[in-house]
Design a protein around this ligand. Structure first.
Ligand code: ADP
Length: 495
């Protein structure tokens, strides 16, 4: 059975989509469009305006005007919070439609988007809405010893950073837009958002819902286009006060370089090669947990548990279990109700992931399950478990960003932290054991922004998320993200 698509989804995929600038839908200044393919077939799904530097400039100026002249800055925090809450409500009201669009554009199963991406995006706006009324400063008793006898009143204000450029990836298109827009709006910033060229559709639908929720013109602008043109122009623009980026570590470095011109603030959520550690005393659920850690979202997940370490006594059993699950996963188009795993997002990703599989096999790794492309239409890859790997292999060191896990045995608690930390990344980690002391002791030693014990891939609007080392700068979500979207001002009055 195939999910029947909503009328709105049909319209989205049959009429060319435009840019959202200053509250208006406009074509790219160049008049150019590009196509976004259906990853299950490789055929054209929709046409979208191809914004470039000129469109980015128009959008940034609109955001600048909306920030400098209002009315966004004059709206009370309570009203701002209500508008942001309403965005969350509208996402839920249109959940089926958004899940269909996401499934078509990204390839993920409709059911996964409907149960996960869409409600999580709504929840992010609902959570952030509450913060609008709770942005506070401090009062400080200063001493100023060089001014004996003087008396001061000092306080701090937390103010929005200003115009924020946000560049997001294609793996969780709507959720990444929510993670970025929610905190920026609740703290009073204005935004230019550039979605990934592979998956622009739900961000464009979200822009319509944001306008419907009552966000004033120019506060949120969405410019679709390519990374090297639109994205690079946004990262370099002098009227942008902050750039927030989620994507590859490689592009993260380019963003940092582009930001040096006006020293704009930068926050980065980058790649990972996260360890998932199963001890001898782990419960049987660890097997399914390890499979979910890597195969969720087809492994297209920056925090995927892509290095599986299993303590020696359980190695064969856990690896066989994960391989059995991998072999039983039903692959198909996202809108097919039987599908458990969809295609990868693009031809480029298909080539990249199968390239890694070839490299692993050439270097001597064994594919216990999968190991190659699935079918000859669309961008499907078989869920794969690799063993007989060595620490220096590319498949062990580099982020594959596909449904491929490398599994290796380990001996003891003493050695595992160093093995797990032997990566330039530090995004996530999983620990599976029934010994709580061991779990918490190891959690402290892992150099990563998120550590899961007896679970994996659990994220939440209230839980900070981000990376140590080359996995990024700063945190998203939780109250920690508010710091990334505000400047602190100290005000001192002599009494
Ligand atoms: P992936 O390799 O997984 O596609 P990228 O890091 O290339 O991830 O892409 C993430 C986002 O960064 C996308 O929106 C993309 O358009 C954008 N991007 C790519 N290259 C650049 C660049 N040079 N400057 C700014 N943004 C870019």
């Amino acid at each position: 059975m195939t999910v029947t698509v909503d009328k709105n989804v049909e319209e989205f995929t049959t009429t060319a989509r435009q840019l959202f600038i200053d509250g208006q839908w406009v074509p790219a200044a160049s008049g150019k469009t590009f196509q976004t393919p259906d990853p299950a077939t490789g055929e054209t799904l929709a046409h979208v305006a191809e914004g470039d530097a000129e469109d980015i400039d128009r959008a940034v100026r609109a955001a600048r005007k909306a920030f400098d002249d209002g009315p966004w800055g004059r709206i009370t925090p309570s009203e701002r919070g209500k508008i942001i809450w309403r965005i969350g409500d509208l996402i839920l009201e249109h959940a089926d439609e958004l899940a269909q669009l996401e499934s078509l554009d990204n390839g993920k199963p409709f059911a996964a988007a409907r149960a996960g991406d869409i409600p999580a995006s709504a929840d992010l706006f609902h959570y952030m809405a509450g913060w609008a009324t709770k942005i506070e400063g401090n009062t400080i008793n200063i001493s100023a010893p060089y001014l004996p006898g003087a008396n001061f009143h000092t306080y701090t204000l937390r103010e929005p950073v200003g115009v924020v450029g946000q560049i997001i990836p294609w793996n969780f298109p709507l959720m990444m837009a929510a993670w970025k827009l929610g905190p920026a709006l609740t703290t009073g910033n204005t935004v230019v958002l550039k979605p990934a060229e592979q998956t622009p559709l739900t961000a464009l639908r979200l822009a319509e819902l944001i306008a419907e929720a009552g966000v004033p013109d120019g506060v949120v602008n969405v410019v679709t286009g390519f990374g090297e043109t639109a994205g690079a122009a946004l990262a370099a623009h002098d009227l942008v006060d902050k750039i927030a980026f989620t994507g590859s570590t490689e592009v993260g470095r380019l963003i940092v370089q582009a930001a040096t011109g006006n020293l704009k603030r930068v926050s980065l959520e980058l790649g990972g090669k996260s360890p998932n550690i199963v001890f001898n005393d782990a419960s049987p659920q660890a097997v399914e947990g390890a499979a979910n850690a890597i195969f969720f979202n087809h492994g297209q997940n920056c925090v995927a548990g892509s290095r599986l370490f299993v303590q020696q006594d359980r190695f064969d059993e856990v690896v066989e279990g994960v391989a059995r699950i991998a072999s039983s996963i039903r692959l198909g188009p996202g809108l097919d109700e039987d599908t458990e795993m969809g295609p990868l997002v693009s031809d480029e990703q298909l080539r990249r992931v199968t390239g890694y599989l070839e490299s692993g096999k050439n270097e001597g790794a064994t594919a216990v399950s999968g190991g190659g492309r699935h079918g000859d239409k669309g961008y499907f890859v078989q869920p794969t478990v690799l063993t007989n790997t060595r620490p220096e292999m590319k498949v062990v060191r580099e982020e594959i960003f596909g449904p491929v896990v490398v599994a290796a045995p380990f001996q003891s608690l003493d050695e595992i932290a160093a093995i797990a930390n032997d990566t330039p990344y530090g995004l996530g980690a999983g620990i599976w054991t029934q010994d709580i002391s061991k779990a918490h002791a190891l959690a402290k030693k892992i150099r990563a922004g998120t550590v899961w014990i007896n679970c994996y891939n659990v994220t939440d609007a209230a839980q900070p998320f981000g990376g140590f080392k080359q996995s990024g700068w700063g945190r998203e979500m939780g109250h920690e993200v508010l710091e990334a979207y505000t400047e602190v001002k100290a005000v001192t009055a002599q009494l």
